[in-house]
Design a protein around this ligand. Structure first.
Ligand code: AMP
Length: 546
């Protein structure tokens, strides 16, 4: 028997059209590199995006062509987010912070046809263009950086390219192209620090469902009422899907361009009355220092934090000092990315503060559309007791089932769940907590130490800005933890106090030796702002050479 319901395709074109029909007056604001503000409405956005669809078609973009972007967060990137998939092309967001060899690999593996690139980033690409096998054209976006763009072959200015298109033709394309909801719409490569990056192809349907999923009140709670600023780059898992969800709901969108830290960010949050912002912990760490220095009149009520674990001190300080709720979320490029969110359940609101914070530092429960489990090395589910650890596996409506043109069987269980490589506990309330990436666990006397837990405790000390923990080989213990830490501005690191604090939480044989605490100027970061433990492990080889 069949249902009586329509088979309405879940495609990006319908999100775009709704923006025009339902909230054309709402704003999209971008801070450009020269600090000027670009401001227009979703109505104007819609018209330019349709014109861009026509320009892409007239320039020979065919179905399923990969069209890359190499750009920061701004309105033209948002135009590309919809124009490319709406003519059945594939939006491929390139990570601007990757090493040249990785970039070369990705562009050639994806066989990108065009690259839309910010003027200020052209110098980074210029030395590689001869290595790119498939790229026919570079379209240069004037981000108002006061420099001349580097010379790229077949380069054209974005506005000139757009002017080749026709709005009416775009309108016809939007209504005539038969796009299937399962057609690919977007593509991201993982930012893995080992091996070659792996490509994930999102479909119209998965982006549509993910957009709805993240808007849910129990997820990120995005709605037309909010003004949303994604600090998370549009090249990192589609800025966690936030731009798509904002166009869907009509939330005012604020793009920070290159202004991601300190005063310029705080000022933008204030001026545009931003209510929800999203980014990795490092960003909020730096912003916190700024908010302590200068008073801003902020309307910000929620900061979504993901990508790395949000330390308890961050959650507590923001809440107690600024009344801002840090919403801890977990996800991966492979999961579109939102998988879990840590929100207190109704019955937890009466719990004492201490118990509430222990829940809020966890990565939380699966959002509707996602299922999570944790398994041991034999593939059996571990008890949901908040103590037993296992590998997190996921499946769901927006989780990838394979990688693009790569056969990587070990990333999936035999029955098709995606293996995340994250080591976690799951408690009786079904809140998941990451204890480590599999490869980052430290094995001391046959037992695992969670580097994430140790880092969070050290980062909770008032003189510590950031701390990263990695293992070093040890003759007796197998591995011993080594702490790298960065002092807060004007503070100095008290190594003894670190040891004393750790003693409250770890067994004596797990505590690092005082000589294994190293003070450094900054923790090296990956292309998406996570602690780069590979670099720290190399540093360890140098320090402990003899
Ligand atoms: P990416 O695909 O670059 O977004 O990286 C995904 C990985 O980031 C996950 O597998 C986790 O190891 C890590 N991650 C994401 N969110 C969190 C979080 N809230 N806490 C700890 N680790 C996280």
């Amino acid at each position: 028997m069949k249902s009586t319901m329509m088979n309405y395709p879940l495609v990006l074109g319908s999100i775009l059209k709704r923006a025009y029909n339902v909230h054309p007056e709402k704003e999209v604001v971008s801070k450009m590199n020269d600090e000027s503000i670009h401001r227009y409405t979703y109505g104007e956005y819609f018209k330019r995006t349709l014109q861009l669809m026509s320009a892409l078609k007239r320039n020979g973009v065919n179905s399923f062509d990969r069209i890359a972007t190499f750009a920061l967060n701004h309105y033209r990137h948002l135009e590309l987010y919809f124009a490319i998939p709406c003519i059945q092309g594939i939006l491929h967001t390139l990570n601007i912070r990757l090493f040249p060899e990785q970039l070369e690999f990705i562009v050639n593996h994806a066989e990108d046809k065009f690259i839309f690139i910010d003027k200020s980033l052209t110098k980074a690409i210029a030395p590689l263009v001869n290595q790119f096998k498939s790229v026919e054209k570079f379209i240069i976006i004037d981000d108002k950086e006061n420099i001349e763009p580097a010379n790229l072959p077949n380069a054209i200015d974005y506005e000139e390219f757009l002017a080749m298109g026709d709005y009416k033709e775009g309108w016809d394309l939007l209504h005539s192209l038969k796009i299937d909801e399962n057609d690919p719409a977007g593509m991201c490569y993982t930012s893995g620090t080992t091996g070659n990056p792996k490509g994930v192809l999102y479909s119209h349907r998965t982006i549509f469902l993910h957009s709805m999923g993240i808007c849910l009140a129990d997820a990120l709670c995005l709605s037309e009422n909010e003004t949303v600023l994604p600090v998370v780059p549009m090249f990192h898992a589609n800025a966690w899907g936030i731009p798509f969800a904002c166009v869907m709901t009509g939330a005012k969108l604020v793009f920070p361009g290159k202004h991601l830290l300190g005063h310029p960010l705080a000022e933008l949050l204030e001026q545009e009355k931003v209510t929800i912002a999203a980014g990795v912990p490092t960003v909020w760490n730096v912003l916190y220092q700024q908010l302590k220095k200068k008073q801003y009149n902020l309307k910000l009520h929620t900061m979504v934090v993901g990508g790395s674990a949000a330390p308890r001190s961050m959650i507590e300080n923001y809440e107690k000092e600024f009344g801002i709720n840090i919403l801890h979320a977990w996800g991966m490029t492979e999961t579109s990315p939102l998988g879990t969110v840590s929100r207190l359940r109704s019955y937890m609101k009466d719990w004492d503060e201490e118990k509430q914070y222990t829940m809020r530092v966890k990565q939380g429960f699966a959002v509707p559309g996602i299922e999570i489990r944790a398994i041991d090395e034999n593939g059996n589910d571990i008890p949901r007791d908040g103590k037993s650890v296992g590998e997190l596996i996921v499946r769901g409506a927006w989780v990838t089932g394979s990688y693009y043109n790569m056969d990587i069987k070990e990333s999936f269980t035999e029955d098709g769940w995606f293996r995340t490589g994250d080591v976690v506990t799951i408690d009786e309330y079904n809140f998941m907590q990451i204890t480590d990436r599999k490869k980052d666990l430290i094995k001391t006397r046959g037992e695992w130490i969670s580097s994430v837990e140790m880092e969070n405790i050290v980062m909770g000390l008032p003189f510590v800005m950031e701390a990263a923990v990695v293992g070093r080989p040890d003759k007796l213990k197998e591995e011993a933890p080594v702490i790298f830490c960065v002092p807060k501005e004007g503070e100095s690191i008290d190594k003894k106090a670190i040891i004393e604090e750790l003693k409250k939480h770890f067994a004596h044989w797990q505590i690092p030796h005082i000589d294994d605490i190293h003070i450094i100027d900054s923790i090296p970061k990956t292309s998406v702002g996570k602690f780069d433990k590979k670099v720290l492990r190399n540093k360890i080889k140098e320090i402990y050479k003899e």
